[in-house]
Design a protein around this ligand. Structure first.
Ligand code: FES
Length: 105
């Protein structure tokens, strides 16, 4: 099963098992990763699942669609590697993906 690494702003790391097909948000909330709430349940309307995704994984993802990009504009401290975790499904190719929780989220 792919492993996803969530990193807190203070550098604390949490490695979780994420079944293929689950979203990064679901993997985070099911493992109680602080700072990732998933308030809207994954319907791309809250941005409480915002993360920064490291390379090389970021470039492998299907780019954010218009709705996700719009939500990211209103997210906490958006950056060039921002994604909504609920819009990123886990695949085998993403094993080891590193996702950073934005400071203050
Ligand atoms: Fe609400 Fe991702 S869980 S936008």
């Amino acid at each position: 099963m792919p492993k996803i690494v969530f990193v807190q702003p203070d550098g604390r790391r949490q490695i979780v098992d994420a079944p293929v097909g689950q979203s990064l948000m679901e993997a985070a909330t099911q493992n109680l990763v602080p700072g990732i709430v998933g308030e809207c349940g994954g319907s791309c309307s809250c941005a409480t699942c915002h993360v920064y995704i490291d390379e090389p994984w970021f470039s492998q993802l299907t780019p954010a669609d218009e709705m996700e990009a719009g939500m990211l504009e209103g997210a906490v401290a958006p950056g060039p590697h921002s994604r909504l975790g609920c819009q990123v499904p886990v695949t085998d190719a993403l094993d080891g993906l590193v996702a950073h929780v934005p400071p203050g989220q």
